[in-house]
Write a protein that binds this ligand. Structure first.
Ligand SMILES: Nc1ncnc2c1ncn2[C@@H]1O[C@H](COP(=O)(O)OP(=O)(O)OP(=O)(O)O)[C@@H](O)[C@H]1O
Length: 399
């Protein structure tokens, strides 16, 4: 490959007016963090983009990492040449020579330095002609080219770009604050984590486990999911809640058809306490309207009543098929479909109430030591930090 640079363009950040600089700095930090394992790289922040000088690192390896960083609209490999037209011509030919599979192309040239004597449209013509003369496998298609060769003439140098790669979009992680996500081992909640992180939230996950009714296999699943999700943020913080006592108490004190409702109300209270301790501003779940009996509007109302924090449900209007598609894209699907016991499925009825209400929920909770159960669970939380450097061995050591 001939490319010496990757140029990273920001997505929606550019809409952020005065805050743009803060967002860009956040993004730059994320990029630096993610690219720590490539020591040769030099990263420079410009007004419109980040420029990564490869210094011999393999561009495809770096690109693979960059594709998962939120806040990036697209990434182009690039070379830099002087502003002399001869050098630009020669550079464009080098770039065109890389795209042996393309049949059609167009040149999109622009002058950043308006004093540059050759205008954009003239550059397009001149450089296009040069490519046609030397690359006999290429012809021009200005509407739907296989390959656009972008040329940007600056004050001291010109950049010539190779084929653009789509970025992950969204906003830099953490730019929207922190969210505590209820992470089960199922398909949905990891997708919810991905979607909330994409909107710039730093995710911490909370997982409820009920040993010995739930096994290490279930815990392993959540750890594996966290490992996948950490690729979209810097580090991933996972809180493991001991939930057995609460579930046993619910089984003993609450009529069968209200057990899911009461269990969720306890989960939300515990998650809220942890969220406040960790300065998270909202809770998030993987619920989708009508998907199962406990995901009706009545149920959500009854569960929401125990917390004042906003509850983000990014999947609420999505179909299972669409959710599964995202799970496959972010590579959590295969982990999620491994069999496991969720704490939600033990002691729970075959026919939960689909339209629970607050009055009954509150009445049944009077038979429970709610505050003690919540405090005991919060105090027993084990917190695990999985960062980019946590390796397989350390991960299994955490189990
Ligand atoms: N053991 C758990 N720990 C943490 N959160 C949980 C747990 N079980 C369920 N949740 C939360 O409650 C939501 C609804 O769970 P439920 O089991 O009803 O639905 P689901 O559609 O199977 O969700 P998922 O696929 O995420 O497990 C989950 O998306 C998750 O946010």
């Amino acid at each position: 490959m001939i490319y010496d640079y990757l140029v990273v363009r920001f997505g929606e950040i550019t809409l952020k007016g005065k805050n743009k600089k803060l967002f860009v700095i956040k993004l730059e930090n994320d990029v630096r963090e993610k690219l720590r394992r490539f020591p040769q790289l030099e990263i420079k922040r410009h007004f419109d983009d980040l420029e990564i000088k490869l210094n011999g690192e393999k561009s495809s390896d770096v690109l693979e990492v960059m594709k998962k960083v939120f806040g990036i609209q697209n990434i182009s490999p690039a070379i830099k040449v002087g502003t002399d037209i001869k050098e630009i011509r020669e550079g464009v030919l080098r770039v065109a020579g890389q795209e042996k599979d393309a049949k059609t192309f167009k040149i999109a040239a622009r002058r950043k330095d308006k004093r540059y004597p050759i205008h954009g449209s003239e550059l397009n013509q001149e450089l296009g002609g040069e490519v046609l003369t030397h690359c006999d496998w290429l012809s021009v298609d200005v509407h739907h080219p296989d390959f656009i060769i972008r040329v940007e003439v600056g004050y001291h140098e010109a950049r010539i770009y190779g084929k653009e790669v789509k970025g992950a979009g969204g906003l830099p992680v953490g730019s929207s604050g922190k969210v505590m996500l209820l992470l089960s081992g199922g398909i949905d909640s990891p997708v919810a984590a991905y979607l909330v992180a994409k909107r710039g939230a730093l995710i911490e996950a909370i997982h409820f486990q009920s040993p010995p009714y739930t096994s290490d296999r279930a815990k392993q699943k959540v750890m594996d999911l966290s490992k996948k999700l950490r690729e979209f943020g810097g580090e991933f913080v996972l809180h493991l809640v001991p939930f057995t006592n609460a579930q046993v108490a619910i089984r003993d004190a609450v009529p069968e058809d209200y057990r899911i409702t009461i269990m969720r109300r306890l989960m939300f209270r515990i998650a809220e306490k942890k969220a406040v301790q960790r300065r998270a501003l909202a809770l998030a779940t993987g619920e989708s309207l009508g998907q199962v009996a406990s995901q009706t509007l009545e149920s959500m109302n009854t569960i929401n009543a125990v917390t004042n924090l906003p509850i983000i449900r990014p999947l609420i209007t999505m179909d299972k098929i669409d959710i599964a598609q995202i799970a496959k894209k972010i590579d959590t699907y295969e982990i999620s479909i491994r069999p496991y016991e969720d704490c939600c499925t033990i002691f729970l009825p075959k026919a939960p109430r689909t339209r629970p209400d607050r009055i009954h929920a509150e009445r049944f909770e009077r038979n429970l030591a709610v505050d003690e159960l919540v405090n005991e669970a919060v105090e027993g939380i084990e917190t695990i930090i999985i960062d980019a450097d946590t390796n397989e061995e350390e991960l299994s050591g955490l189990l």
